[in-house]
Every structure is written in structure tokens, then in C-alpha cells.
Write a protein that binds this ligand. Structure first.
Ligand SMILES: [Ca+2]
Length: 109
């Protein structure tokens, strides 16, 4: 039973990580100079399960950039939040993604 639960936990974790990797690839495809990684949307670069808190850019993406919130597979239109300055550091999200700085971290601009 323990092995089964461990396997189940691994699958759940992998699915979450894979979903995140897919979003990361999507972001890089749309903003090739963005240097997108986990910390682009999350507080911690290597977020563990249950500790994947979103940073201000990640929160704006979830709140304002999802094309159809009811769809099972979420598609993001980041253009909807290009003009915002999610982390309030004086640079828009588009400026930060283009420059390769982090739009969700005010210490990166
Ligand atoms: Ca920033």
C-alpha cells in the first residue's frame, strides 16, 4: 500500500511539474529572450508540491491571462498582461520578458 501511495504521489508530482514545464516552454516560445524558468511565475525556483506559491506575475497570469478559465487545459494569452507591471518595479511585464529579467520579482529589473 505504501509503495502504491508513493507511486501515486510521484505521478501527481510529475504531472504538476510537466504541466509547469509546458507553460514554461510556451512562455519561451512567445518571448524567446525571456529566460523563463519556474521563478518567472513562482516564488521559489524549485517549488515543491504544496509549496508552489505564485509570485505577482504568476498571480496576474492566472487571474487575467487565461483565455478560457472553464477549459480543462488552460491556455494563456500573456499579451493580456504585457502592459502590467506585476512586480511594481517600474518595468512592464513585456519589457521584463524581452530583457530577460523576472516580471514577478521586484529585485530583478
Ligand atoms: Ca522585476
Amino acid at each position: 500500500m505504501k509503495k502504491f501511495l508513493a507511486a501515486l504521489a510521484m505521478i501527481a508530482f510529475s504531472t504538476t511539474v510537466l504541466a509547469t514545464m509546458e507553460l514554461q516552454k510556451d512562455l519561451i516560445a512567445k518571448y524567446p529572450t525571456s529566460k523563463a524558468n519556474c521563478a518567472t511565475c513562482h516564488v521559489k525556483k524549485m517549488a515543491k508540491k504544496g509549496d508552489a506559491e505564485l509570485n505577482p506575475f504568476g498571480k496576474d497570469a492566472v487571474a487575467k491571462a487565461i483565455v478560457d478559465p472553464k477549459a480543462e487545459k488552460k491556455v494563456y494569452d500573456y499579451k493580456k498582461i504585457d502592459a502590467l507591471d506585476s512586480d511594481k518595479d517600474g518595468k512592464t511585464n513585456l519589457e521584463e520578458l524581452t530583457a530577460g529579467t523576472n516580471p514577478g520579482d521586484p529585485a530583478s529589473k
